[in-house]
Design a protein around this ligand. Structure first.
Ligand SMILES: CC(C)(COP(=O)(O)OP(=O)(O)OC[C@H]1O[C@@H](n2cnc3c(N)ncnc32)[C@H](O)[C@@H]1OP(=O)(O)O)[C@@H](O)C(=O)NCCC(=O)NCCS
Length: 216
């Protein structure tokens, strides 16, 4: 990965002209989740407030369903990137490849979850940029995001990334084109993978220490 903006630096884009409540500058980093972080992902999903959980999954989902979902994300062909603040996972973007359809572009579905206290600070937008990089390097041509029509932040996020919106039944579907992979996009992801490896080991170690011995 990643630009310095992703490693303990302000959230990229957070200093844009605000169109919503005042944007705060955050320190944190974005990195891929590794399979050993299923429990970390699950705890993040369980921390979502009821409305965010509803918006993320397009309906009511049980804790057990979240546990199954977390397993699917880390063990299937999905990829996930997380936003970590002080070693805690506070936001996630998931990329789920969709099956090949004859005559259609290779597509994947993107999904986002930002814990309530960290919403509206530019984290969703930063995660979206990383997801586009992952999609690009996997030969995915079209990124889709499905959300409820009354989800203003998600609609803005999609529109900001040039998605074409369409109302399908009761859901909005945003479709955007991912650029072709380049040697630079692949190098960025490879560097990010190295960072993820070290950082996940560090974050895990940090979580195992008693609070008074943690570095934050
Ligand atoms: C939707 C979600 C991912 C957006 O992430 P975020 O970090 O809160 O959003 P950002 O701060 O990056 O802002 C994204 C856009 O929404 C706008 N926005 C932020 N908060 C807003 C609010 N309360 N009302 C309206 N627009 C808002 C921003 O201006 C920005 O638009 P821009 O790109 O044109 O500037 C996040 O709020 C979330 O996880 N919600 C619950 C789960 C969910 O709805 N998931 C989507 C379905 S998969």
């Amino acid at each position: 990965m990643t630009s310095s903006a992703d490693t303990h630096a302000p959230v990229p884009g957070a200093d844009r002209a605000p169109q919503h409540p005042p944007v705060e500058r955050l320190s944190g980093h974005i990195r891929k989740l590794v399979p050993a972080e299923r429990e970390t992902l699950l705890q993040h999903l369980l921390r979502l407030d009821p409305l965010s959980r509803f918006m993320r999954f397009g309906g009511v989902v049980s804790d057990n369903a979240l546990a199954r979902h977390a397993t699917r994300v880390v063990s299937g062909d999905a990829s996930a990137v997380g936003y970590f603040i002080d070693g805690e996972l506070r936001a996630v973007a998931e990329l789920h490849p969709l099956g090949k359809r004859p005559g259609k572009p290779a597509a994947a579905e993107a999904a986002f979850s930002v814990e309530r206290p960290w919403q509206g600070k530019g984290i969703g937008s930063a995660l979206m940029r990383h997801l586009v990089l992952l999609a690009q390097n996997r030969g995915i041509e079209e990124l889709q995001v499905v959300f409820l029509p009354n989800n203003g932040p998600m609609r803005n996020l999609a529109v900001h990334h040039a998605a074409q919106l369409q109302l399908d039944d009761e859901e909005m579907v945003g479709r955007m084109r991912a650029p072709r992979a380049t040697i630079f996009s692949q190098a960025r992801e490879m560097l990010g993978d190295l960072f993820s490896l070290f950082s996940s080991a560090f974050d895990l170690q940090e979580r195992m220490l008693p609070p008074h011995l943690r570095g934050n």
